[in-house]
Design a protein around this ligand. Structure first.
Ligand SMILES: CSC[C@@H](O)[C@@H](O)C(=O)COP(=O)(O)O
Ligand SMILES: [Zn+2]
Length: 209
């Protein structure tokens, strides 16, 4: 592999920091969640399966070639990461968490297939949104244990969303949130924004339903 040592190091550090950040907020209980960062056009660093995401070290990460078969021991959900990197070259990091707000609200909107999030100032925490009057659509997919098939379904359906209306993430019903950004800092900010927005949305639905 010809990925530069510095780029690999930086990708690993982004993943380790994001795992710690998510664990501190209780979003990755019992080894749940998986984290990745792009190294270059053809490679990413991805967490290995079953590791405590709050205690990651470099030994818990693998360097993966996006166009090659995935190595053994990689996150069970790695195909969801790889498919995103392949579909969108602007994505620099992808973080998956089992946060309560995401898992709960996803079940409520599973049949509908998406959540429209509108009316919140915090929407401006998402890249490209500059006014509270803009809304976003958060896709919701049925959960599955057939991750390669799910990854294909996710990518196919994401193509139907206009880029300016698609939130930088999606939900798996009863499971959790996948969020991405141009780099680790942005993906982490998006994770935090999703959590707060989905909590607002839950509360709003509670009092207006
Ligand atoms: C520990 S239950 C959660 C897992 O089934 C899975 O959804 C998950 O997020 C972590 O899987 P992993 O293979 O460690 O990346
Ligand atoms: Zn998961």
């Amino acid at each position: 592999m010809s990925s530069s040592t510095q780029a690999v190091h930086e990708a690993r550090q982004q993943v380790i920091a994001a795992g710690r950040f998510a664990a501190a907020r209780g979003w990755v209980p019992a080894t749940s969640g998986n984290f990745s960062a792009r190294v270059d056009a053809h490679h990413a660093v991805v967490t290995l399966s079953g590791r405590d995401k709050g205690q990651l070290t470099e030994a818990d990460l693998a360097l993966v070639a996006l166009a090659e078969p995935l190595p053994a021991g990689l996150s069970a959900e790695a195909p969801l990461h790889i498919a995103r990197y392949r579909a969108d070259p602007a994505i620099g990091a992808i973080f998956h968490v089992h946060a309560v707000n995401a898992a709960v609200i996803s079940r409520r909107h599973e049949q509908q297939g998406e959540i429209k999030v509108a009316g919140w100032e915090l929407l401006k925490a998402f890249a490209g949104i500059h006014t509270h009057t803009q809304s976003v659509r958060v896709p919701v997919f049925a959960n599955s244990q057939d991750i390669p098939t799910l990854a294909g379904q996710v990518e196919q359906r994401l193509q139907d969303f206009p880029a300016d209306a698609l939130a930088p993430g999606y939900l798996l019903a009863g499971h959790g949130l996948y969020a991405w950004g141009r780099n680790g800092a942005e993906a982490q900010r998006h994770l935090e924004a999703f959590d707060a927005l989905l909590q607002l949305q839950l509360e709003w639905e509670r009092i207006t339903a």
